[in-house]
Design a binder for this molecule. Structure first.
Ligand SMILES: [Zn+2]
Length: 131
């Protein structure tokens, strides 16, 4: 059984060189595609790269109000701490998104943040089209 992977940006077929590969760069448009079902592994194996993808995605997809909303939903899922929008560094959405991702990374909550982002944007870049 094989899964046909497609680029989420241009729908070109993607080839996996290695089964352990978690992020595949599209040879046609250079988009970085995160493979489905691997988010948990990525946060451990490739946290730096994944968090940079995630923060850029949030900054592009959400405005300041959207990020505040994300934080509210994230706080609803966190058990031991909560994020304070105003305490996060930065005063534009790019900085806020970056600080939010860093905050979650420090507390090992990237999975939680990813789940919240995916719930808000079901067709998010973090999921790959399958056929
Ligand atoms: Zn592509």
């Amino acid at each position: 059984m094989s899964i046909q992977l497609k680029c989420q940006n241009c729908f070109a077929p993607l080839k996996l060189k290695d089964q352990r590969e978690l992020i595949v760069t599209c040879p046609y448009c250079d988009s970085e595609n995160v493979l489905p079902g691997t988010v948990k592994t990525i946060t451990r194996v490739n946290a730096q790269r994944f968090s940079s993808l995630l923060y850029r995605y949030i900054a592009e997809e959400f405005n300041m109000t959207g990020i505040q909303d994300l934080i509210m939903k994230l706080n609803g899922r966190l058990q031991h701490a909560s994020v304070d929008f105003d305490d996060l560094g930065g005063n534009d959405r790019r900085m806020k998104a970056m600080e939010l991702v860093k905050w979650c990374q420090r507390r090992d909550e990237l999975d939680t943040l990813t789940a919240v982002v995916q719930a808000e944007r079901p067709s998010s870049v973090l999921e790959l089209q399958q056929s």
